[in-house]
Structures are given as structure tokens and as C-alpha cells.
Design a protein around this ligand. Sequence first.
Ligand SMILES: Cc1ncc(COP(=O)(O)O)c(C=O)c1O
Length: 393
Amino acid sequence: MTSSMSSRLAQRIRELPPYLFARIDELKQAQLARGADLIDLGIGDPDLPTPPHVVAELQRAALEGRHHRYPSYQGMAELRRAAAAYYKSRWDVTLDPAREVVALIGSKEGIAHFPLAFVDPGDLVLVPDPSYPVYAVATRFAGGRVHPLPLQRLNGFLPDLEAIPVEVAREAKIIWVNYPNNPTAATAPLSFYEELVAWAREYDVIVASDNAYADVYFDEESRPPSVLSVAGASDVAIEFYSLSKTYNMTGWRVAFACGNPDLVGGLGKVKTNVDSGVFEAVQRAAITALTGDQTCVADMREVYRQRREVLCGGLTAAGFDVLTPRASFFAMIANPPGYSSMEFAARLLEEAHIVVTPTTGFGAAGEGFVRLTLCAPAERLAEAVQRMTKLPL
Ligand SMILES: Cc1ncc(COP(=O)(O)O)c(C=O)c1O
């Protein structure tokens, strides 16, 4: 773009916060150019393949001409029924597939479009800090204002609802929550959602719950709940569920939102105006994933569990302050004394050739930690532990 064209960028793009991972990307490129053997624990994208029966269904469905046309905006009825059946068996939540489920082109798409339906210019939206960046960016794209809710270790990285000033609560339009959490890997007990729903009903705030990591957990006691399983939640809440992490389908772009019919309907209205739905062959594959044999999901959990033992067990034994996750495929490590998150990440990259993410990239309150992912084979994680153990810090 010439400089005169870049000067015409819309204010909403110019106001985007600086890309905080740019420095890490730069260091990573420099190391790669030198031929370094990098272990990349920065990317939250499963390295495991999509289960073969799901791939086979895509192949079969792609050959059927009836799937080659524009899909319906809200998603195939069968996919919405599969989503409702999934919520019933997983959380005993009853959803009307006709009004309470909408298919998404990945949950990022739905999360990004949701504020366009419910946020007017100047409206206040409560966004955890640190958090997945899309909640804040999408709020700003809709003209809304972001009120950060700090997530702190001493509170288990749950927002302190009682600390939200009454005037802020009264003004707020939406509160975003995400458990299992990116980047902290924290989980929320059902009692948190009970409190949240009571609070949201009191102050008339929409609860937008991002449950992208609902099925990546390590033991039955940590099995993540859904906000929709709380009595009264269907009056105030929408939940985003993604197939990306459960079935290693990040590249496929398929997810759904469900919950209160007006919230689902509002999001659907935005979507009818900006996209044309998910390729039906992908929807067929998603139906197969949701309704088929779930052994692949148990196997995926077992792989991450073993990796967690290698990485978190190894680093804890080496003396690092590791926040061992109970769910998600993230793990945070506290910075050694004297280091900022960026300095610690840079040191790991330059001297141990390990890519991690400074948690400040997800919000200023993320200072104090770096985030590692379990998206690499156990041998590489073991190698990472060895390299970090040798690093004089
Ligand atoms: C917290 C969280 N929500 C949502 C997403 C988006 O997932 P997808 O668009 O693949 O469904 C991600 C992806 O990394 C994420 O970390």
C-alpha cells in the first residue's frame, strides 16, 4: 500500500493496539535464518491430525453435488440438531435447534461478529485481561468501549465480580468469559457460572461464554462445565463451542453458538448480511465428529496428558514455577525474578531456541508469565525441558 493509501485506513484499524508478538516474531525469524533448531511452543494449534472418519466424511460429502451450492445461513438442520444433542449428552442442556443454535465459520468468526449485533457506539463491554484478543478488538470495531477485568493468580484467574463497581455493572452490555482459559489455562467451577448468571441477571448484562477448550481436559474432576447448565442462564447467555480443538479441526472452520434465542438470532442476523455459511461438506464432517465415536477425543486428551507430564513435570522438577493446567493445552510459567514476560520470552528464544508467548500479548495484566503450548511431540517437549534446565537464569 502506498503511504497515501495507508493514510486512508479507517480509524478502527489505526486504533488497533500494536502487535505485541512482533518482537518475538522478529527474534524467531532471526534464529530461523541462522538455522537454529527451534522448538515452537508459541502456537496454539493442534499438531495432531483430524480423526480419519471425519476426513473420510468430508471426502464423501464433497463428491455430492447437492453440497456444492450456497449453504443455509444458520447451518444445516442436521448440524444444529447434532449440536443440540451434543449439549444434551455433555451438559444436560436442552437447546431448540431451530432457534437456539447457529453454525459458525469457526468460533472466532462468531465472537468477532457478536458485538455488531449487540454493541452500539459508546456501549461498555467487560473483557478479561489477559484474554483472547478478539473480544476487545471486536468490541472496538463495533464502536464499544472495553472495561478490563483483571484475572489474577490469587483468584484462580477468575474475574472478581464483586469488585466490579456498581455503576460499571449497570452500564455494561456484555461480559466475556472463557474457561478453560487462554492464555492462563485456568478452569471455572460451576459455582462461578452460578454467581455469574445471578450477577448478569441482576445488572441485565449479556453473558458471552467462549468454551473453545471445553473438551481438552485431563481428569474427570476438571471436566469443564457450560454456563448454559446453570438455571436461568438461557435468559442471559450465549456460548461459543468450537470443533477446532476437540477434533483437531482448526483449519476446517466450523463451530456453533448456542443459548438464548434472541442472542443467537441477533448474531444470525449479522451473519446473513456478511457471510454465506459453512461449506456443507464440512458441516457433514462436523456432524460425523459430534455424533460419531468419541474415542478419538479421549485419545487426544491422553496425548496432551502425557505431554503435560513431560513438560510441566519436567520444568517443575527443574525448579520453575509452573502453573500445571487441568484443562486446555496451555501452561504458564512465572517469570524468574527480575524478568518481564517479554525479557523472559526473548531469553528463551535466543539462548534455548524455544518459542513461547509473553502473556502480556493478551493484556497488560498478563505481565508475570509466559505461555507455553502442548502442541508439540513429547520428545520435543522433553528436549525443551532439558534446554531450559541448563539455562542459567
Ligand atoms: C479462547 C479461544 N477462543 C476461540 C478461538 C477460536 O477458535 P476457532 O475460530 O478455531 O473456533 C481460539 C483459538 O485459538 C481461542 O484460543
